[in-house]
Design a protein around this ligand. Structure first.
Ligand code: F6P
Length: 545
């Protein structure tokens, strides 16, 4: 365990503290006025993604100090250790090797003395063969009908990535097939997803790293009953269920032949798994070639992160800017607004990626941190978001740094819409940065009584992320950009970004409450008075007591 000097005692941290005092009163208007080339200088590019970070409250010195902080925290060495397959997930004693999922065939990365790259490609090959057979009708349901519907059952990392990627890449998907996602244990999720579907044409992909997750296993059992009751034979499971998991034993116990299981490994974290076999539903939707393009995009960003100097390294810069606002400006939250409706689930995907990774309160030495760690991440697509919550970002009292993500070419033939969309994205970044002063408003004829209400202070920071178009490859690069951004933050905060112990307690307590809710006889309750009263009310209203 790492019990070296505390983050706040490092030289770079102290220097950043002093630097913050120097520049926190300087506005983006001033910074742009002082340096007319700023918009071209504070930019970086890699793996097909362009980042304009000029509208951040930083100077060249800020960047130098942030990079110094990263170096003092060992970012480069820890990054290299991750890529080598060292067990950097200390609390679970595991390697962190999602980057191995996208290395080209023929590369070599070893974990516990075994080269994992051939295993990775063997799974991709099996997935590709299966996806081709389902897509071209060689894999049939038990009555001989073609598979028209694919339902992914999974939750957390076994759901958010697949759904996000399916929606993002829908323009390249097999339109003759329906793709649906069941995650919540709320029965409404399953009922709605299967509404109107013919079981004989439906394939369930049960996605769960552990194959023990309550929600997923409940939904999977319901799915099996729905199928078997309708088709009248238990053997139907063989052609209508496949599993994606690391746990062959549990898959077999559930009744799925492991010949129909696609595996991955404990060195792939759930929230880092959309490019593993967990992406099977994505591959079924977009086909193996597009899926491999997506992997190539991930790999391109991995290579950028691994080799580019920190000063021009996109994920490192973004991660360090998050530290800057989170720890020095006290920003509690960050917005992510994709100006692409296909990316509507991207903010939800990033919530798990960032908040499950960096929502930690002890450092790697097991000591409570005396600084803020992961910010709250949220967002919705622009332009919708502009008509709901942007008001608070423009004129509210909280500082909310935002990432605005857009593309130069549309996926839709309606190019005119696209110009309007992108004009809005550029305009929002401009408005947030520069605002509108009282003098400008008066000059434009604003009545005096209205002027104070119309002033926009500006000075609201944004990153603008621009790529050519939302292809599978771009999506891979974009996701890897955020994965390594999150990694950078975690290294600075000296936390384990790859465990998630905080989610366990609630699961255990729910396990205790389940029989108390559903048992026929009134249970003896031993919770606090609030929980006891809620359980009693629930049972009473359900007519159980
Ligand atoms: O409860 C959190 C979590 O463990 C996530 O980290 C994970 O992505 C999700 O549950 C689902 O887990 P599994 O894939 O094992 O069903």
């Amino acid at each position: 365990m790492n019990d070296g000097p505390r983050l706040t005692e490092t030289q770079a941290w102290q220097a950043l503290k002093a630097h913050y005092e120097e520049i926190s009163g300087t506005s983006l208007r001033q910074l742009f006025a002082e340096d007319p080339t700023r918009g071209e200088r504070f930019c970086a590019e890699g793996a097909g993604i362009f980042l304009d970070y000029s509208k951040n409250r930083i100077t060249a010195k800020t960047l130098i100090l942030l990079v110094q902080l990263a170096r003092e925290c060992g970012l480069e060495a820890r990054r290299d250790a991750m890529f080598r397959g060292e067990k950097i997930n200390l609390t679970e004693n595991r390697a962190v090797l999602h980057t191995a999922l996208r290395v080209p065939r023929g590369a070599s990365i070893s974990v516990d003395g075994r080269d994992v790259v051939p295993d990775v490609h063997a799974v991709i090959d099996r997935m590709s063969d299966f996806a081709d057979r389902v897509r071209d009708g060689r894999w049939l349901g038990c009555t001989g009908k073609r598979i028209k519907n694919v339902i992914n059952i999974g939750i957390g990392g076994s759901y958010l990535g697949p759904e996000m990627a399916y929606l993002a890449l829908r323009p390249s998907s097999q339109r003759a097939m329906n793709f649906r996602f069941v995650s919540n244990v709320d029965g409404a999720d399953f009922t709605e997803a299967t509404q109107g579907l013919d079981p004989a044409e439906t394939l369930f992909v049960i996605s769960s790293k552990t194959f023990t997750t309550l929600e997923t296993m409940t939904n999977a059992r319901t799915a099996r009953k729905w199928l078997v009751d309708s088709l009248g034979r238990e053997e139907a499971v063989a052609s209508h269920f496949v599993a994606v998991s690391t746990n062959g034993e549990k898959v077999r116990e559930f009744g799925i032949d492991t010949a129909n299981m696609f595996g991955f490994w404990d060195w792939v974290g759930g929230r880092y798994s959309m490019d593993s076999a967990i992406g099977l539903s994505t591959m079924l939707a977009v086909g193996p070639e597009n899926f491999k393009e997506m992997l190539a995009g991930f790999h391109a960003m991995d290579e950028h992160f691994r080799t580019a100097p920190l000063e021009s390294n996109l994920p490192a810069i973004m991660g360090l800017l998050t530290v800057w606002y989170n720890n020095f400006f006290g920003a509690q939250t960050m917005g992510v607004m994709p100006y692409a409706s296909c990316l509507k689930r991207f903010p939800a995907y990033l919530q798990q990626l960032q908040m499950e990774s960096n929502g930690k309160h002890v450092d790697l030495g097991g000591r409570f941190v005396d600084y803020e760690t992961g910010p709250i991440i949220w967002g919705e697509p622009g332009t919708d978001a502009q008509h709901s919550f942007y008001q608070l970002i423009h004129q509210g009292t909280k500082l909310i740094p935002c990432d605005l993500i857009g593309f130069c070419r549309p996926l839709s033939p309606l190019d005119h819409h696209h110009d309007l969309l992108m004009a809005n994205m550029f305009a929002q970044a401009e408005a947030l940065a520069f605002g509108k002063t009282a003098a400008e408003l008066t000059g434009e004829g604003s009545p005096d009584f209205q002027t104070p209400f119309r002033i926009c202070e500006g000075n609201r920071p944004t990153n603008v992320i621009l790529a050519e178009s939302l292809t599978p490859k771009t999506l891979g690069s974009l996701v890897a950009l955020y994965e390594h951004n999150v990694f950078t933050q975690g290294i600075v905060w000296n936390i384990d970004s790859f465990d998630q112990w905080g989610v366990e307690l609630g699961k255990v307590l729910a396990g205790r409450i389940i029989p108390e809710l559903s048992g026929a006889a009134a249970p003896q309750l031993g919770h606090d008075s609030s929980t006891n009263a809620l359980i009693r009310r629930y049972r009473r209203l359900k007519g159980r007591d």
